[in-house]
Write a protein that binds this ligand. Structure first.
Ligand SMILES: [Zn+2]
Length: 315
């Protein structure tokens, strides 16, 4: 099951207590996913969805709120992306007209569709329900494991604008763009997506989203730590290689016997153990000395080697 489908299945099971909110959600569902056929002044309505749970929710809304029994047909489309569709049809003119007028989709006085959606949003409680309806009808969300993206696809720019306004009122700052003549309202920021999931009531999807986000961020931190460790290890190896080169140079020029006993001891130990860290090298001495103590001796050896190199260069 895709993450989008899981979110929709969760949302399809939510029924608000208030009738005003149910009407707002149904209005969004019908406006976003239906077509109206007008023949000889008679209205027929067709609602289409790819999601069985969404179809069931619309059937229940129609029955409870309007006492409308809708005919449901199930289509298997093999040719186009193999998506299956549920088609709900309301054929009786007076039922369709009453429904559309009550849902603020059709203005009976001027006999035209209503562009403004605020008619069904006269109470603050209905804003969230309307957005839920819009998402159920035309929204989708990526699996957070692969990336953060939520979008709502609508047919006209005016409707897209009113959804943007609605989201703005709910405190969500979304973006829009056009794709194949459709308006896309989208979010790419995980915080904003979480906010929308919370607003529309997808609480268990929200938990999954949060978990995926935390997992991603911890994995990122671990990767950074590993990279940092690798960098440190490279530094240690490079330092040891340089120390061995210096000691060999001293041995070849003035000989290790010309060093102080402490430096000679450290130099011989480094040659015997070229690949251990400084701390461990210090502990191998008898008596053992601290990391900073052995580091001091290595620096001394480096100074001697470079002054010898300088002399050779000058002579
Ligand atoms: Zn309400």
């Amino acid at each position: 099951m895709t993450f989008s489908l899981a979110v929709k299945n969760e949302l399809a099971r939510i029924f608000d207590k208030n009738k005003c909110c149910n009407l707002a959600e149904l209005s969004a569902l019908i406006k976003s996913s239906s077509s109206i056929q007008i023949t000889g002044g008679s209205f027929k309505l067709t609602f289409v969805t790819a999601n069985a749970a969404v179809a069931r929710k619309v059937i229940k809304f129609l029955k409870v709120l309007f006492e409308i029994q809708s005919n449901v047909m199930y289509f298997k489309r093999r040719c186009f992306k193999k998506k299956n569709f549920y088609v709900l049809r309301i054929l009786e003119h007076s039922s369709v007209l009453n429904l559309l007028v009550k849902l603020g989709i059709w203005d009976n006085n001027i006999n035209l569709p209503v562009v403004d959606i605020t008619k069904v949003l006269n109470r603050d409680c209905c804003f969230k329900a309307y957005l839920r309806g819009v998402f159920l009808a035309s929204g989708s969300i990526n699996d957070p494991k692969s990336g953060y993206h939520m979008e709502i696809v609508v047919n006209n720019t005016k409707y897209a604008k009113s959804i943007l306004n609605l989201m703005d009122k709910l405190g969500v700052d979304a973006k829009t763009c056009m794709r194949k003549n459709k308006s896309i309202i989208y979010l790419k920021d995980s915080e904003r997506i979480i906010k929308v999931l919370s607003i529309i009531g997808a609480h268990s999807a929200l938990l999954d989203f949060e978990n995926a986000r935390i997992y991603k961020s911890v994995r990122g931190q671990v990767n950074r730590l590993v990279n940092c460790e690798t960098a440190n290890l490279n530094k240690t190896v490079n330092a040891a290689v340089r120390q061995v080169e210096n000691i060999r140079y001293i041995a070849d020029t003035i000989g290790l016997d010309n060093l102080t006993p402490a430096l000679k001891e450290a130099a011989e130990l480094r040659l015997n153990y070229p690949d251990v860290g400084l701390k461990e090298l210090g502990e191998l001495l008898d008596p053992p000395i601290s990391k900073s103590g052995i580091n001091h001796r290595m620096r001394k050896l480096e100074e001697i080697a470079s002054s010898l190199k300088n002399k050779e260069f000058k002579s």
